[in-house]
Design a protein around this ligand. Structure first.
Ligand code: SAM
Length: 283
């Protein structure tokens, strides 16, 4: 014991912390569905299908680059590597794998989920256990921080980096973006899905009323907690506007579309700008 306190054995502590967080994490889906009236699912679908319009051919020659007879004949299939940061319960990762399989018939694709919260990771593991990706190298979970990614994730190693509704919670947006840039391969893509700013003034006012009045009340009723939902609304307000965030993506070294919304632009709004996806390419 230290200072008279009973030291909690590591496994027990994990159990306690896990228990607390998984109760949050398991109500997470219900909260998302009720707060967004289920629309977050459509945003995530569009996000993933936009980022994966097709799968690039994933055949590369031996990465050692030597031209010995064996190496020249040994064509290794390198899977398409995705990193889903703040991936929580696997919402994006599972969509990526499903799309690759259903649309392109490919299972040469891997997603590593990185999240700061063990409870969310555990919830994600449980969910994956019910899918056909269970116990395959297609999906892995890593505890880690978006602002300094775990060291086993090498520079220039990732084909697609995604972060959905997670970057808003990070203290340094530039740190997250520069880490993303570092681990992506040249030609690799970043996709950020986050709450945006509603452009239409009337719709903006309606959304504002909804956010500040309805959401904390719903939070109280469904999760017994209005304060976290108050925080949620405030964090959305504080997040940069669409062009401001696009500028941060550029500042991190990514090539983006033009500084406007829509096709050929740096971002795409969903539901009038309630959610927005930004994309960029590492050149
Ligand atoms: N991407 C999932 C989705 O779209 O449903 C989960 C989003 S959830 C609102 C935000 C997640 O970000 C949480 O699981 C939280 O643990 C994680 N998170 C917050 N800060 C983080 C950080 N600095 N690094 C990694 N994950 C973080």
């Amino acid at each position: 014991t230290h200072f008279g306190f009973r030291e909690v054995p590591e496994e027990e502590k994990e159990g306690l912390v896990g228990g607390v967080f998984s109760s949050v994490a398991s109500s997470y889906d219900i909260m998302n569905d009720s707060m967004s009236l289920g629309i977050h699912r459509l945003w995530k679908d569009s996000f993933v299908s936009t980022l994966l319009p097709e799968l690039p051919p994933s055949y590369h020659t031996n990465s050692r680059g030597d031209l010995s007879a064996t190496a020249a004949t040994a064509q290794v299939i390198e899977p398409f590597k995705c990193l889903d940061v703040a991936g929580g319960t696997g919402d994006i990762a599972l969509r990526i794998l499903d799309r690759a399989r259903e649309k392109f018939g490919s299972r040469d694709i891997e997603v590593e989920i990185v999240d700061l919260n063990q409870g969310m990771l555990n919830e994600g593991r449980k969910r994956v256990a019910k899918t056909l990706y269970y116990n395959t190298p297609q999906i892995t979970f890593t505890h880690g921080n978006a602002q300094h990614l775990p060291s086993h994730i090498a520079d220039n190693s990732i084909d697609l980096y995604t972060i959905a509704f997670g970057i808003r919670n990070c203290t340094s947006l530039p740190a997250v973006l520069s880490e993303a840039h570092r681990v992506l391969k040249p030609g690799g893509k970043i996709g950020v899905l986050e709450f945006g700013k509603v452009s239409n003034p009337l719709f903006r006012e309606i959304y504002r009323q909804y956010s500040f009045q309805f959401i904390p009340i719903m939070g109280k009723i469904l999760a017994g907690d209005s304060e976290s939902y108050q925080y949620l609304v405030e964090s959305i307000e504080r997040f940069p506007s669409q062009p401001e965030f696009a500028q941060l993506v550029r500042d991190a070294g990514f090539q983006t579309g033009q500084m406007r919304e829509g096709k050929g632009g740096a971002w795409t709004d969903f539901t009038g700008g309630i959610a927005t996806m930004w994309t960029g390419v590492k050149v």
